[in-house]
Design a protein around this ligand. Structure first.
Ligand SMILES: NC(=O)c1ccc[n+]([C@@H]2O[C@H](COP(=O)([O-])OP(=O)(O)OC[C@H]3O[C@@H](n4cnc5c(N)ncnc54)[C@H](OP(=O)(O)O)[C@@H]3O)[C@@H](O)[C@H]2O)c1
Length: 277
């Protein structure tokens, strides 16, 4: 971490699941606790946050926190983000921090409008494995965001996994469909594999252990080897073997087409939801 980033104050508006995941990631990556503040309007949550992050600043109202903010992370639910933005707009216009929104489907134009206009804003789409620091986040920045602010946002989101920059905000709908909703697709496959293992005689525990370790191992192998998914698949598909028997069945049922249709539907839905908020 360079010395400039080291001294930056980050304020989280919303200290729920994602806010906590990001604070945990930042602390683990060496961000000083004294430079992190979390604002949550739920009193019970502020007690929990103080216990979990005793060296960070925790507030139930944003005023004190925002006085020192260099970066504001909007980590509230989409349905309350307008109110949250309007509560902090006046102070943001004075301090002009970098704004990073993680709210699903909320367009930058809306955030900009609610915050009073012309602030540097980054919109992002993380996914649930961020909760165990193994997420991936799609990011899009407006022209007002400087190169240094790009780096800062990357540092923050990298603390909970990988990042992928986009040059078109509309592509966040695809990110939502691919990696945002993606963990559920893998859970569905895992669920189906466990059920298949059980129907063939394994216990629930055995089937789960074998399937989950296989999923984690396959993900690690493709990441570390840098090889394509197709190459790795072909490498374990011997002619006339067991893998081929399974893959042939998936191909007969047009599995790739089903996945393509499913992800296209999710992207369409994301676009529709974003345009109705
Ligand atoms: N969870 C995920 O996997 C995931 C993945 C990608 C993106 N996201 C995005 O991440 C955002 C946060 O999700 P989450 O699951 O962390 O939500 P969450 O657990 O509900 O946390 C949000 C917290 O913010 C508080 N809050 C609401 N309005 C506030 C305000 N004006 N000022 C300060 N605090 C306020 C909420 O309190 P109350 O409960 O009292 O309202 C709640 O404690 C969402 O926009 C979601 O779309 C989440």
């Amino acid at each position: 971490m360079n010395s400039l980033q080291h001294n930056l104050n980050i304020v989280f508006i919303g200290g729920g699941n994602m806010g906590q995941a990001l604070v945990t990631g930042l602390l683990d990556s060496g961000w000083p606790a004294d430079n992190i503040a979390v604002v949550d309007n739920d009193h019970a949550m502020t007690i929990k946050l103080k216990e979990k992050f005793p060296h960070c600043h925790v507030y139930s109202q944003s005023e004190a926190a925002l006085n020192l903010a260099d970066v504001v992370v909007l980590a509230v639910k989409p349905q309350v983000i307008q109110t949250a933005c309007e509560q902090i707009a006046a102070q943001c216009q004075i301090k002009r921090p970098l704004i990073i929104s993680i709210a699903a489907g909320i367009l930058i134009n809306s955030i900009d409008h609610w915050l009073g206009g012309e602030l540097p804003i980054i919109r992002s789409m993380p996914n649930t494995p961020a909760l165990v620091q193994a997420g991936v986040t799609g990011l899009y920045a407006t022209e007002e965001v400087s190169a240094e602010q790009h780096e800062i946002a990357e540092k923050i989101l990298c603390s909970v996994g990988d990042v992928c920059w986009l040059d078109d905000e509309a592509l966040l709908d695809v990110v939502t469909a691919l990696s945002g909703s993606g963990p559920a697709y893998f859970f569905y496959l895992i669920e189906a594999m466990i059920e298949a293992g059980k129907s063939l005689g394994l216990s629930e525990t055995q089937a789960r252990e074998l399937t989950v370790a296989t999923a984690a191992g396959a993900a690690k192998l493709i990441k570390q080897s840098g090889k394509s998914a197709q190459d790795l698949r072909l490498a374990v598909t011997s002619k006339g073997g067991t893998t081929e028997a399974a893959i042939n069945t998936l191909q007969e049922h047009e599995m790739k087409k089903i996945i393509d249709t499913a992800i296209s539907k999710a992207a369409e839905k994301s676009k529709l939801l974003a345009n109705t908020k």
